[in-house]
Write a protein that binds this ligand. Sequence first.
Ligand code: MRU
Length: 367
Amino acid sequence: MRIGGRHYHTIWIKENDAAIVQVIDQRKLPFAFEVMNIRTVEETFFAIREMVVRGAPLIGVTAAYGMYLALLECNERDPEQHLLEKATYLKSSRPTAVNLAFAVDEMVDFILQHKTEADLVEKTLEKAQQLKQAEIDFGDKIGEAGLEIIEKIFAEKQGTVNILTHCNAGWLACIDWGTATAPIYKAHLKGIPVHVWVDETRPRNQGARLTAFELGEEDVPHTVIPDNTGGHLMQHGMVDMVIVGSDRTTVSGDVANKIGTYLKALAANDNGVPFYAALPSSTFDWEMEDGVKEIPIEQRAAEEVAEIEGWNGQAVQSVRLIPEKSPVANYGFDVTPARLVSGLITERGVCEANKQSILNLFPKYKK
Ligand code: MRU
């Protein structure tokens, strides 16, 4: 996708130095474009934990490259212990996005399977690149599947399709297409008139800062709204569909996504607005059934709520927003129960948010 007309991925290996992973520093967007070098597992942990990179698929791919860096750090002939330690460490960087554990486990299994081979390092890098490419392909296919839904709405309405989204499940979060944004980009490229209501998404404002930035760079018409606006818009027929991403979706279809998503699903349900979650197979938790009870919800630093970040003309700066003495709660995600989800848009097509329908698309996970 584009920034200032140039094509970028969100993560790549530095040209002429395969020991350095490079990422776009998302803490600075949309105000400044900076690339960060990642050379160690500790720096990988930092990038994920501090949200230099964020969004479930990108967190997973970054951790995959992190395991490659862990292998480069191995001096012992048998890397097993070192790798397992680093795997546990990386998995602890953020708890909610299941892609993290999925990618780390894939890498560990791969490395241990090939550990006696002379070209292990090259093969491991290739494996991380494959996981990245898989996410790009997933986004592409999710886009095609979601495009059909937008096309149907357009055929019925014969006017601009208004789509509400929450947080950033775009190419910055998911590499190249995004999940929630992929159908939007595909529709826009096909000439279907779309307009996106972008929830600002406090406290980190991924919607206002990242989704709005992405859509602007791609010339997709959009409007940033405060988080509390969606219900009003839906009551007045100003939203045709909601598409959100997901950080973890249970095998029974409960969707964890950025805090505030559940309230949008309730409002959509009350107003007969279709509510879709778009996600790749790497975001399903095949072991979990009850999302509300089982999905670990990250709690982040109080400063994210007590302060707000903006651009002072030279740097990103925080200013105090609430009284010094007031305590703060900062839950990063919530869970939308399957009953409020109209459908899941995946790389294998759209399914209902229930176990049977999900496993029919992904029979490999049937037990
Ligand atoms: O805390 P973040 O920014 O890593 O949260 C991730 C998100 O942006 C969303 O919850 C998103 O909608 C799903 S990840 C593709």
